[in-house]
Design a protein around this ligand. Sequence first.
Ligand SMILES: Nc1nc2c(ncn2[C@@H]2O[C@H](COP(=O)(O)OP(=O)(O)OP(=O)(O)O)[C@@H](O)[C@H]2O)c(=O)[nH]1
Ligand SMILES: [Mg+2]
Length: 602
Amino acid sequence: MNIRNIAIIAHVDHGKTTLVDKILHATKVFRENQETGELIMDSNDLERERGITIFSKNVSVTYKDFKINVIDTPGHSDFGGEVERVLKMADGVLLLVDAFEGPMPQTRFVLQKALALGLKPIVVINKVDKPNCRPDEVHDSVFELFFNLDASEEQLDFPTFYGSGKNGWFNSSLTQIDNISPLLDGIIQYVPEPKVNEGYSQMQITSLDYSSFLGRIAVGKVARGSLKENQQIALMQADGSIKKMRIKELYVFEGMGKKKATEVFAGDICAVVGLDEFNIGDTIADAENPEALPIISVDEPTMSMLFGINNSPFFGKEGKFVTSRHLRDRLFKETEKNLALRVEDSDSADSFLVFGRGILHLGILIETMRREGFELTIGQPQVLVKTIDGKKHEPYENLVVDVPQEYSGKVIDLVTQRKGEMLIMETKGEMQHLEFEIPSRGLIGLRSNMLTNTAGEAVMAHRFIDYKPWKGHIPGRNNGVLLSKTTEKTTAYSIDKLQDRGRFFVDPGDEVYAGQIIAEHIKPGDLVVNATEAKKLTNHRASGSDDASKAAPKILMTLEECMEYIQQDECIEVTPKSVRLRKTILNEEDRKRASKSISQEA
Ligand SMILES: Nc1nc2c(ncn2[C@@H]2O[C@H](COP(=O)(O)OP(=O)(O)OP(=O)(O)O)[C@@H](O)[C@H]2O)c(=O)[nH]1
Ligand SMILES: [Mg+2]
């Protein structure tokens, strides 16, 4: 059977998963009338809640005697390393670009990777149903991007399709139709068939799947020869070691699932069951004539956080896994599949340094662990500095902000305060398009500030560029916090009284502890307050009105917002049920002493 292997790549939210959904429908993967719902591909709980793709996924459809293996990839920049790896399974890519937004930082990154692998992209200008979209202009800027990324003549001559994944059509022109057949025909026509090399078995493991029945499953494209059920193979690892083992079962992708196979030939994407211990990047090779494929290089981490056991007074109340042993085992296990993650022991036996690609990358791990029943203490995210030629260097990123004209001044101010430099400013429809270069440090906490300052209208995206010289002091949070003086239940009475002091993170009736951050102070500087006082009882009780709280509803922050919010001397307590902000040193006296000794050192 003829095979086509394509990966769908794009900036976050440009519509990759929606397109995969439409491909599944168009090729009748589902029974007639089968209830499927939206974005069935984002199947993981966290993906559904956040509306983003975290893990790349394989599906396979049949169209006109062709088997098309489709790989959906995540668009968020923290998962760029994952995209880079799975591109190794593809012989072509669909580069999706939003017809309004045009190429964004991650468009550039994924395209660059695809071009470097010699793939010839098909460009899909998506979302042409959006009002004010500019498909022709976007097409021109995509061409310019190819050109700037040194695309070859052949790559520059890319085919373009236009349409709307949401409305279920794609065409080679802007003429609206009612299906996606032109795009499917385009895939068959423009994506080359996979190279089929004869010879001894060879497959590089480029991704990983889990099954509760089968355990860890190795996924990759068979590069040479074939793989057979029960075959004796050599697993060749990055450190040069070679382990002999046997393939228990083989699967190929079919629809959204997998189908058992006895032999899988070069060119097809295959899932291997029964390998004891393997890592992504390992080569499955012929047992007698083992030859490894080149090692996959992975993006270096740019950020670190301290993960510790929960040492708050509420320790152990809500979680199942609370010891440093649990924590350590879980973190090291994660590094087996989470390639961009690194874990190191710290000076303390109760905490570990976890290195990742960004706030979201680490946030997803914390959220996953909390759902598994872990309790943790998380420290402030730190960017990784490097010494290059004897000088301190830090990661820099490209930051793109699209914002209505009237707010552009504010955005520029905000980014400049954080040591960003503006590179580009241009008008895009009714929006102002701004591009900056900014130290990654400056990005931490920027998003929420940006949204408050632009009435929620700013759309921002950023992407790591390189390490560059240290840019000096960047101001942290402006406001101080209100800290609880006591360990008790907060009362409506106290919180009411403190309304003009700060904006609360807790509701009346919540249990709090001394040293917990319960509100943002309206001014700089921290304040220890009593939020747990009960109202003095009097004989005269105004009927009813006493209990009615006038307190504003508490501010809800996501885990990632909390990660960006806290300062050096603060941390986050994460349990399956709660996320609490706190000072690292809970006792007021100890805290004062510590901050004194720090300011003396400085
Ligand atoms: N107007 C419009 N919206 C679309 C279209 N295609 C997708 N969307 C919407 O855009 C949002 C993102 O779509 P997804 O398919 O999840 O985007 P994605 O590229 O997979 O996003 P990530 O996996 O997070 O990178 C969803 O709200 C979709 O409904 C389209 O053609 N037109
Ligand atoms: Mg997606």
